[in-house]
Unconditional design. Structure first.
Length: 629
């Protein structure tokens, strides 16, 4: 047998020579025999070196290793990055011999060939050139001639089952139009897998809950650089949803579950609705786990039973916590929740919080949703705060009806209408106290159209709110308030995002003295104008910062999410501009600029920002959960 070309090259030590490789495996190696004395010495030395090697800590050994191969060809993106990542895995230590080098080169060759094949290059030529002067510690440079890239020459997408019926012809046509890997496109294994998964999921999403993949074949002719794709999916019958079959109920009546059910008997199956149903039940205080599934029987697709396996939550729950916020400092809070009141599924929620700006306590009673999804609640609040030298004491009672239309996980519109009565006493250090008794009604409209509810990169959130209130019986004590907010998310590149935010508010009234503080405008602090104290931007009056009748704010933030640490860490740069005052003409926009760190959490990105306030020439630290709704 001929000796290995790599072994021969290493023995000759000729830097100008090169090693040529194709997709064929390396030849095996026959090694010459050694004398017995050398074998004894070699074994004893090996034992000594092995003992020293095992005694050394792992980090030190890792530092001694070096990459054996470095990329030596400029390849198009993303192929260059994939090849470079594949080569990074193969390292070698200074004690490695010829066999170790050859073994690592074989592994590197196989890895690169696999990477090239996934991108549609099935007949590449590889060459390992030894480096006389090592670059970045590598011993060889890999030269790649990828050859012709395989393209999709034909696609045979077979759809069988009920989806082939004339009534679903538009659906079948849309699936073919939306296919991710059409004829003429370069063949890529990841895209081929994604296209199959997307098509099957699109069929299963509506009507065809039992759809399955029957056949999937990609026939590649490497010499012609073509690929013929075959995909067959059997949709099975079209299912409609029947009655609920509920298990796990002990304390609650099945009618409570039916209130959340978005399906009517005989309605076509919709996976998104099923997920919404399950999530709506999980978000209630009644259940700790919910599993929803459709009973699939191809022989009985009409009115298939909808099964729910429920686990009820504890009816009473108490919690306590301590924390710190950049706006209001350290705080302690208590909360109590009870989900069964006098045998009825009413949810009682009450709690209290104390922080460096004051404290508040509340109690709310939430009723089960109505058949149309509307949710009614009544509540009471008492609060005592001292922010920017403005002391406010108030209590209020009110009732609200809220409703969400659309999918909770995607586009939806939330509306709220509430009636509230409140008593307020507020005072500044240099002026007499103001006492108000105000009756108001507020309507809120929020539209969320984002790609992800907690970590959006695309879409927007728009909020509009209007209030009519009166602090007395005369017309001069009547006020009208309007407020709007928009957050726009613009994806930049594969992972970054640009966040644009704007707020605008106005109160139409002769004097702000007849308007409760919560309906006036102050700004500053985290999530508003960073670089300034919490609610420090407003009307300067009586030795305090009080609320104004006008608000304008704009913000631009760029977030770069890092590739490392699973993409959960990012850095941000931002500019905030805004002010609150007695009129729009009186506004003097304050500017805040800064940098921050982001960390993805379940609730949204946790933001820690360092901001410079241009007006006060000061640097402040802010932290918050950076979710815009």
């Amino acid at each position: 047998m001929e000796p290995s070309p790599i072994l021969g090259l290493l023995r000759s030590n000729q830097g100008a020579q090169s090693i040529a490789h194709s997709s064929a495996p390396f030849a095996s190696i026959r090694r010459p025999t050694r004398c017995r004395l050398w074998l004894i010495v070699y074994r004893r030395l090996s034992a000594v070196f092995l003992a020293i090697h095992l005694a050394c800590p792992a980090p030190a050994r890792a530092q001694d290793t070096q990459p054996i191969v470095a990329p030596g060809t400029t390849l198009p993106a993303p192929l260059a990055g994939l090849v470079a990542d594949a080569l990074k895995r193969f390292t070698i230590g200074p004690e490695a011999d010829e066999a170790d080098e050859e073994r690592e080169l074989r592994r590197a060759e196989r890895a690169v060939l696999e990477v090239l094949a996934t991108e549609g290059y099935f007949e590449p030529a590889l060459r390992f050139d030894p480096l006389a002067e090592r670059e970045a510690g590598a011993r060889y440079r890999l030269v790649v001639e990828p050859g012709r890239r395989t393209q999709v020459a034909s696609l045979d997408l077979k759809l069988t089952g009920a989806i082939a019926e004339p009534r679903f012809q538009d659906r079948a046509a849309a699936l073919r139009t939306e296919w991710l890997l059409p004829v003429g496109f370069p063949f890529r294994s990841p895209l081929w897998e994604a296209a199959k998964a997307q098509t099957l999921a699109a069929i299963q999403a509506r009507d065809f809950a039992g759809a399955r993949l029957v056949d999937s074949t990609a026939t590649v002719k490497a010499n012609e650089a073509t690929a013929a794709l075959l995909l067959e999916i059997d949709s099975g019958p079209a299912y409609t949803v029947g009655e609920l079959q509920i298990s796990g109920l002990e304390r609650y009546d099945p009618k409570l579950v039916q209130r959340y059910n978005p399906f009517r008997v005989g309605e076509p199956y919709d996976r998104e609705k099923l997920i919404e149903f399950q999530q709506a039940l999980e978000e209630t205080p009644y259940f700790s786990s919910v599993l929803a599934s459709l009973q699939l029987d191809p022989a009985r697709p009409d009115n298939a039973p909808l099964r729910l396996a429920l686990r009820e939550s504890r009816t009473k729950r108490f919690s306590a916590g301590v924390g710190v916020a950049s706006n209001t400092g350290a705080h302690v809070e208590l909360a109590y929740r009870q989900s069964l009141i006098f045998g009825h599924p009413y949810s009682l929620q009450t709690g209290a919080r104390l922080d460096q700006s004051g404290g508040f306590g509340y109690v709310d009673l939430l009723l089960p949703p109505k058949p149309n999804g509307a949710r009614d609640s009544i509540g009471a609040l008492i609060e005592d705060s001292d922010i920017e030298e403005l002391r406010v004491k108030r209590w209020s009672v009110g009732a609200t009806r809220a409703q969400i239309r659309g999918a909770r996980t995607a586009r939806h519109i939330e509306t709220k209408i509430g009636v509230n009565f409140e008593h307020e006493e507020r005072k500044t250090p240099l002026e007499p106290a103001i006492t108000l008794n105000t009756l108001s009604t507020t309507y809120t409209w929020i539209r969320r159209a984002v790609d992800e509810i907690t970590h959006p990169r695309r879409g927007n959130v728009i909020e509009a709110e209007g209030t009519v209130g009166a602090s007395g019986t005369s017309l001069d004590k009547l006020f009208v308030r309007g407020y709007g907010r928009i957050s726009q998310y613009v994806p930049i590149g594969p992972r970054d995002v640009l966040i644009l935010r704007g707020e605008l508010g106005s109160v139409e009234v002769d004097t702000a003295d007849v308007v409760p503080t919560r309906f006036l405008f102050r700004t500053g602090g985290s999530t508003t104008v960073r670089g300034y104290e919490f609610e420090s931007l407003g009307v300067k009056r009586g030795g305090a910062t009080v609320g104004g009748r006008a608000l304008a704010l704009a913000s631009a933030e760029y977030v770069h999410w890092l590739e490392r640490w699973s993409g959960n860490w990012g850095i941000a740069g931002f500019v905030d501009v805004g002010d609150a005052g007695d009129s729009f003409k009186a506004l003097d926009p304050a500017v805040g600029v800064g940098l921050g760190v982001r960390w993805r959490t379940v609730a949204g990105p946790l933001a820690v920002d360092v901001a410079y306030g241009e007006r006060e020439k000061n640097i402040r630290l802010h932290f918050s959960v950076a979710i815009a709704f």
